[in-house]
Design a binder for this molecule. Structure first.
Ligand code: ATP
Ligand code: MG
Length: 426
């Protein structure tokens, strides 16, 4: 029988790497809490129509990357329904906002999520078919100030703080405005007009986009197309006064807060529902998949999926890419535990468990050895996992004085049991 393996594009996350995942999530939760965001958890699968309408039929996600199936009815009362594993979480959050009438509170909703997303893409470093996103949305009725450029700037400032607290140095914030829905439509027409003559010299995807969704040509990553893209009209020239004023206010607030950014008039993002501010944070350490996160404003999304007017702004960070970036920055220094307890002989095992319990309850991270091991084997195991070894034999148990060896300094000391936790905490 052939052995079964994790499906292409999915992977198991194992210790010690999972510790890094947990640290990233804990830092994100702590930062989100300080900005008064609350957590939302939406289902992993939704009605396919949510993504068709909320992400956009013309996007790569909906046109070719979704895991969709016909879910057959189990009872007369049920209908066969087309379901999809969520490829992103914003549509689900906005659906929940509408379903639970959160707009009727009159308050801004500040919601964050952490969880798996699914896209049938070509797997490569930093690109998987199951991946995890950490994201947040600020959404509410216009009367709650949801359209204010201050919300955009606050979200961007929060992201800068989060990346700094994660220890991710060297990021770049790219920012642009794609204007209102009307601005976008006008720009799309301007692009379409120019693309008629140049698109035939571009890649096959761009030839299709030139007809279906010209804006997305700017997203093209094909090297040969870049010189052509550079000659295309700029969206900044299609913005109306309101959109220009809004963008200028976002920039002014970022300047006041001291958040560095780079204006990039080609940044349009893949999803159809974005309006006005769009942004991406990149990191040089990631190679081809260099986007750590992307986001922007989506003032028309709620209405596109049948809800009330509810402007919003949000982002999604690729957690897998945060992990890769941190691993590269931190260059594999394995975390060692505080102490390894080595019982001398099997008869010392119960006493060793009692000592480990004492230390663990005092907050220390302790690895418990095995009394049947020879002392040499215990030392080797301890050196791999712990910063110190504590030896527990009959003499130590009787006298209450333990022998502690510190691997970093090579020193060996005698420590009374009552002081052990304090010594190991240092
Ligand atoms: P990309 O240009 O890298 O395909 P995208 O525009 O499709 O990104 P979004 O849909 O905005 O990305 O998702 C936000 C973030 O989620 C990305 O910046 C990236 O960090 C992460 N991400 C997206 N797709 C994947 C994937 N298949 N595997 C891992 N991370 C991903
Ligand atoms: Mg993509």
């Amino acid at each position: 029988m052939s052995t079964l393996k994790a499906v292409r594009g999915t992977r198991d996350l194992l210790p010690p790497e999972t510790a890094l995942w947990n640290r990233i999530e804990a830092t994100a939760r702590s930062v989100f809490a300080r900005y008064n965001f609350g957590e939302i958890r939406t289902p992993i699968f939704e009605d396919t129509g949510l993504f068709a309408r909320g992400v956009g039929e013309e996007t790569d996600i909906v046109s070719k990357e979704m895991y969709t199936w016909e879910d057959r009815a189990r009872a007369q009362s049920e209908k066969t329904q087309s379901l999809t594993l969520r490829p992103e979480n914003t549509a689900g959050v906005v659906r929940a906002y509408i379903e639970h009438k959160l707009g009727e509170t009159g308050q801004l909703q500040k919601l964050y999520y952490i969880g798996p997303q699914f896209r049938r893409e070509r797997p490569q470093k930093g690109r998987y078919r199951q991946f995890s996103q950490i994201g947040a949305e600020v959404i509410g009725p216009p009367s709650a100030g949801s359209e204010s450029p201050l919300r955009d700037a606050e979200v961007l400032e929060m992201l800068a703080t989060l990346l700094d607290e994660l220890g991710i140095t060297g990021w770049t914030l790219h920012i642009n405005s794609v204007g209102s829905a009307a601005d976008r439509a006008r720009y799309n027409e301007a692009l379409r007009a120019v693309l008629v003559s140049v698109a035939p010299r571009m890649c096959i995807d761009c030839q299709r986009r030139a007809v279906t969704n010209p804006l997305r040509v700017l997203d093209c990553k094909v090297a040969e197309d870049q010189p052509i893209i550079d000659t295309l009209p700029r969206i900044a020239d299609s913005l109306d006064e309101d959109s220009k004023t809004h963008f200028a206010a976002v920039i002014a607030a970022l300047d006041a807060a001291g958040v560095p950014y780079s204006r990039n008039s080609r940044l349009v993002r893949g999803l159809d529902y974005y309006t006005r501010t769009t942004f991406e944070f990149t990191h040089g350490g990631l190679g081809a998949q260099n986007a750590l996160l992307g986001g922007g404003r989506y003032d028309g999304l709620s209405e596109a999926i049948g809800g009330p007017k509810a402007p919003g702004i949000g982002f999604a960070m690729g957690e897998d890419r945060l992990v890769l970036t941190l691993q590269a920055l931190e260059a594999a220094t394995p975390e060692k535990v505080d102490a390894f307890i080595a019982p001398l002989g099997e008869s010392m095992n119960p006493a060793a468990l009692a000592l480990a319990r004492e230390l663990r309850r005092a907050g220390l991270t302790v690895e418990l050895g095995e009394g049947s091991f020879r002392l040499k084997k215990s030392f080797e195991a301890a050196d791999k996992t712990a910063r110190r070894i504590v030896i527990l034999g009959e003499d130590e148990l009787q006298s209450g004085i333990l022998t502690v060896k510190d691997f970093a300094t090579g020193t060996q000391t005698k420590v009374p049991r009552g002081e052990l936790a304090a010594v190991l905490t240092k």
